[in-house]
Design a protein around this ligand. Structure first.
Ligand SMILES: C[S@@+](CC[C@H](N)C(=O)[O-])C[C@H]1O[C@@H](n2cnc3c(N)ncnc32)[C@H](O)[C@@H]1O
Length: 373
């Protein structure tokens, strides 16, 4: 954490006292942010932690080390339990796959996909897009590869908020960037004022919370009028895929991460072998009951989109492909939505300026602008 970070904590900075305790060059690795005489927030492994209640990590070691008394906060919510289980998936995933998106072999695929999701023609235009913002927030950065890319392409300040141990991976991958700040917090309760960012991105994140719509409302409240927000959520797929997903999830979400990675390996191999067949078929008739359109279909894609998640991309090694399948079947919270549903949320927010970008059949990509009233 950079020392000046405390000045960005709009919610508490007026009363904040910041005590850096362990430093590594310019970074505060351990410290305390005191918001008033009773409450304090720890900084450890370089990241300030604002998690509350059930979501809070065990801080006994930190309290003992620095002679602090625990803050009484026993608030428990049913939904927090599901979020905690979801966090286990991502804490594990982003501790194993620290270099996801940072390896050169990953980048062409990922940045092409970002261009499609944001409705931007090419990489240069994507870089130019980020340049224009002063204050950017990435929610749920995972490995932090996209936060890093954004921070490298803007003079503005970039903030990343993750609820799981992904926050530490993002910190390690971005700490060298002077305009980048990482926080561990729930997106439902972030330490920033309303209307304070001019660009917010939540890519594959909102559907992993207890309620996707409430998560969208929470991040939208942090967007300045006139600011832009991008989010990507899972799209509800056809009947056969839904049936199969539900059946697999009922079993796989209860496995520990290691066993779930192992259980996904057969699906990953199926994806690889189908992909390497490079076979296409033509369907003259659509199959509306399964949501399958007529036309030419790559066989791996046909099975992947309509029957079972068996992801494969030659840009990734076997473990990374397997992680993509794990990422689909292991998290407890993994909601899927229709475009109509998303459109209703936008209407409720009073958003008129938005685009749905057709980036891939199993996701909904939305770029919106908050109206200036
Ligand atoms: C599927 S990963 C996506 C990571 C990254 N955006 C990407 O596209 O590679 C979802 C991330 O969202 C985070 N997340 C889930 N619920 C969250 C919440 N309530 N608040 C903040 N982050 C959350 C997870 O910890 C995880 O790092």
């Amino acid at each position: 954490m950079k020392k000046e970070f405390v000045f960005y904590l709009d919610k508490i900075h007026q009363s904040a006292e910041f005590v850096p305790l362990k430093l590594d060059q310019e970074e505060v690795i351990e410290g305390i942010i005191k918001s008033n005489s009773q409450s304090w927030y720890p900084v450890f492994r370089g990241v300030p932690c604002f998690l509350q209640g059930t979501l809070k990590p065990d801080l006994k070691w930190f309290e003992e080390k620095y002679g602090l008394s625990a803050i009484a906060d026993e608030s428990e919510q049913e939904s927090a339990k599901e979020q905690l289980l979801t966090n286990e998936t991502f804490s594990d995933k982003w501790s194993r796959f620290r270099n996801y998106g940072l390896e050169s072999s990953h980048q062409e695929f990922l940045y092409e996909w970002y261009c499609k999701k944001l409705g931007i023609a090419n990489l240069e235009n994507l870089q130019a897009f980020y340049q224009k913002f002063d204050r950017i927030l990435e929610v749920g950065p995972g490995s932090g590869f996209n936060t890093k890319f954004i921070a490298e392409n803007t003079k503005g300040q970039v903030f990343a908020v993750d609820i799981s141990e992904a926050a530490f991976t993002t910190f390690e991958n971005t700490k060298h960037l002077p305009n980048c700040h990482v926080v561990q917090a729930d997106l439902m309760d972030m330490p920033f004022s309303d209307d304070s960012f001019d660009f917010i991105i939540a890519d594959g994140v909102l559907h992993h919370t207890p309620n996707t719509k409430n998560a969208l409302l929470a991040i939208y409240s942090k967007l300045k009028p006139g600011g832009q927000l991008f989010f990507y959520v899972y799209k509800k797929m056809g009947a056969a895929r839904q049936f199969c997903d539900q059946y697999i999830r009922e079993s796989f979400t209860n496995l520990d991460p290691e066993s779930c990675y192992k259980a996904c390996e057969g699906l990953t191999e199926l994806g690889r072998e189908l992909n390497h067949l490079n076979a296409k078929i033509i369907l003259n008739q659509p199959i509306p009951i399964l949501g399958i359109p007529a036309g030419t279909h790559d066989v791996q894609r046909l099975i992947y989109y309509n029957f079972v998640k068996c992801f494969w991309n030659d840009a990734f090694d076997f473990e990374t492909n397997n992680m993509v399948n794990f990422d689909w079947y292991h998290p407890h919270n993994a909601w899927q939505h229709t475009e109509e549903e998303v459109q209703e949320w936008l209407q409720e927010l009073g958003v008129q300026d938005y685009q749905f970008n057709p980036a891939n059949p199993n996701g909904i990509s939305v770029l919106l602008t908050k109206p200036v009233v």
